[in-house]
Design a protein around this ligand. Structure first.
Ligand code: ATP
Length: 440
């Protein structure tokens, strides 16, 4: 997608409002890594919590796991990553830029120069365990969270007394030494994944694949993603990993370009068979009804926290030309509203005294202190009320609550809806119930 004009606006909003910053920017930037600021971390946490609730808490047959990032190096031999987790890389003989061979045609996309033959490039970060480089042992930072789940599979189902079909879910950091990182947080070298591995009987794998495909799409739609901006893309036979039975991507349309945000894969019995072989430990499942052991098939849902966050942001980003508030200086002005789903919004309610004067300040702060017991709230007294509304529209707060001089007399406040800008007077004693109905 390149750093299109559209992406430039998202990056600038993220920086301006404290969602996302370039990592170690003061030193010229990290190795394609990003930091989530005060609003970004709230949004990211909301995504992770909503996923966890949907995938783990509300299901009888899925449990969670938090496995280590640093694992035994043999894990990555068994998984095939040491040998083949590498992309074919080509270099332009003229401009010396490097590209992934599967991303481009026969010539350099930048200067149309001739390309080198594809070369292998390992995407795993290596580090050393032990006191010195010489005596230490080489290990890897995990490039996906899934392998921790496979290795712990038996311990998890035995201790949880789960029966096939069941799932294990995990959210955590993964690291890939991407050749061509870019497009802001779309492809970075350090990112977070939300993965769920579902263990099934081989004959039931196609049924569960269809089930999870629908469930995952429903999740995005329920969180307000425009249904026209997401689609499935089935992998062709020649795209599939050699062990994969079937794979489908959920794609989001980023500024006109369809890009993967999550993959649903039928991985067959590859993973557990390989770990049984490489570890020498039997990782089969014992069926106490048939008294037989077998290696289950795995249907996985593998999503990126950062990529879905970017899709949610892009989808919510709305420009209103001609302005909608009184502070808009001219008809040419553009106002930005971040129409995030209420469950995603990093701030649910902003509490604003109409002017920075007593006793409005105390009254507003008392209300703020009560509301923040329940929701993520912000108190803001700086600048004109119009400016503050605009600021909150950009942070995506679904509601603002304003305390004015009448509030002192009638004990009511004004609630303002981010999307409709509709204002309503609400008695303070009813405020929590009123907001509960709107944002929970
Ligand atoms: P791509 O083809 O874009 O490199 P992939 O098919 O290798 O992605 P998977 O290995 O299936 O990706 O990982 C599952 C999910 O993890 C992806 O759908 C994406 O959301 C996320 N992801 C993978 N690589 C990155 C990355 N470098 N930066 C951010 N998110 C990533």
């Amino acid at each position: 997608m390149g750093l299109s004009n559209g992406m430039g606006k998202i990056i600038s909003l993220c920086k301006r409002r404290g969602f996302i910053f370039q990592s170690s920017e003061e030193y010229g930037g990290g190795p394609s890594t990003y930091d989530y600021g005060p609003l970004g971390v709230e949004l990211k946490n909301n995504i992770k919590e909503l996923w966890w609730k949907e995938m783990v808490r509300l299901r009888d047959n899925i449990v969670g796991l938090d496995s280590a990032i640093l694992m035994h190096p043999r894990v990555w031999e068994a998984s095939g990553h040491v040998q083949s987790f590498s992309d074919e890389l080509v270099e332009c003989k003229r401009c010396h830029k490097r590209f992934r061979a599967d991303h481009i045609g026969a010539r350099c996309p930048e200067c149309k120069g001739e390309l080198t033959k594809p070369k292998r490039f390992n995407l795993m970060f290596k580090t050393t365990v032990g006191a010195t480089e010489e005596t230490g042992r080489e290990i890897y930072l995990r490039p996906e969270t899934a392998q921790g789940i496979y290795v712990d599979f038996k311990k998890v189902y035995e201790t949880s007394r789960l029966k096939v079909p069941f799932g294990i879910a995990q959210i955590g950091k993964a690291f890939r030494n991407e050749i061509t990182p870019g497009d802001f947080i779309f492809r970075t070298r350090e990112f977070e994944q939300m993965e769920m591995q579902f263990f099934v009987r081989s004959r039931e794998a196609p049924k569960w694949f269809d089930f999870w495909k629908k469930e995952r799409m429903r999740w995005y739609n329920n969180l307000g993603i425009n249904t026209k901006h997401v689609r499935f893309r089935e992998h062709q036979k020649d795209e599939l990993a050699h062990y994969a039975k079937r794979a489908i991507d959920i794609e989001y349309k980023f500024f006109g370009e369809w890009k993967e945000i999550e993959g649903i894969h039928n991985r067959g019995d590859w993973d557990l068979s390989r770990h049984s072989k490489y570890s020498g430990k039997d990782l089969s499942y014992y069926d106490d009804e048939t008294h037989k052991s077998f290696i289950p098939y795995i249907v996985e849902t593998s999503g990126g926290v950062d990529r879905s966050l970017l899709a949610f942001l892009v989808d919510a980003y709305t420009e209103v030309r001609g302005g909608r508030t009184t502070t808009t200086k001219s008809a040419k002005d553009t106002e930005i509203v971040l129409k995030l789903h209420k469950n995603l919004a990093p701030i649910k309610v902003a509490v604003l005294p109409l002017v920075k004067k007593q006793p409005l300040i105390t009254m507003a702060q008392d209300i703020y202190k009560e509301l923040r017991q329940r929701w993520s709230c912000q108190y803001d007294e700086v600048g004109s009320i119009g400016r503050r509304y605009r600021r909150q529209d950009e942070t995506g707060a679904p509601f603002c609550v304003t305390i004015d001089f009448n509030s002192l007399e009638d004990k009511q406040v004004t609630s303002r809806d981010r999307d409709t800008m509709k204002q309503e007077r609400v008695p303070i004693v009813e405020l929590i119930d009123y907001l509960k109905e709107k944002i929970e």
